[in-house]
Design a binder for this molecule. Structure first.
Ligand code: MG
Length: 210
């Protein structure tokens, strides 16, 4: 046994609100109903993101400014990253979000984290997104594959998430911290999950159960 490793979603998990949704709503490029529908288990987050941002006329500077001013991290995030580094706990983020908001977020918090985000480019009329790490897999299966990979390497895995597309990964993890729709789904389907409040709790859990 190598001890613990951690895999996390980003939007709504590391951040308190989904940054993509928040951006689209704030600048009027989507509405609540469309966003609500995107959380159906039948909708692929990556397809929704590509579609929703295709017409979002935003610049890199505007997005970076939005992140600096409006995006808040969940309590204990930075300390958890530092704890993982010090304790030799591999930590990675698997996200359907995009680098245009993730990069300024990590910069703001002064951390470097192994991560998988959509690659976004400002083009005429909007933002073009591609997901180089999703080859024949969808995002939900990709997240699960990251958990499976660490387990195969001998780690126990703690998973953090908040969305329906995190459910497969949660089902494979040894310990789950869930918020929002994922917590509800885990409860409905009998997957043990603790409510994700702060990352400090997860650090304590790992220290106690190392
Ligand atoms: Mg999320």
């Amino acid at each position: 046994m190598k001890g613990w490793a951690a895999v996390s979603d980003f939007d709504g998990t590391i951040t308190l609100r989904d940054v993509g949704d928040h951006l689209l709503l704030h600048y009027g490029f989507s509405d609540r109903k469309t966003i609500e529908e995107s959380y159906s288990l039948k909708v692929r987050v990556e397809d929704f993101m590509k579609r929703a941002f295709a017409g979002a006329k935003l610049t890199e500077e505007v997005i970076a400014g939005f992140v600096r001013e409006k995006v808040r991290a969940r309590a204990g995030f930075r300390d958890f990253i530092l704890f993982c580094e010090a304790a030799g706990v591999p930590f990675e983020i698997a996200s359907g979000g995009i680098d245009l908001y993730a990069d300024p977020f990590f910069k703001k918090h002064g951390v470097k984290v192994k991560s998988f985000f959509g690659r976004a480019r400002v083009v005429k009329g909007g933002i073009r997104i591609d997901y180089p790490f999703l080859k024949r897999m969808d995002l939900s299966a990709f997240k699960a594959s990251r958990v499976r990979r660490l387990k195969a390497a001998g780690y126990k895995v703690v998973f953090f998430g908040d969305g329906p597309n995190d459910f497969k990964a949660a089902g494979l993890a040894d310990k789950v911290y869930a918020a929002g729709r994922l917590l509800k789904l885990c409860r409905e389907r009998g997957i043990a999950a603790s409510p994700l409040v702060s990352f400090g709790r997860a650090a304590n859990f790992i220290k106690k159960n190392g």
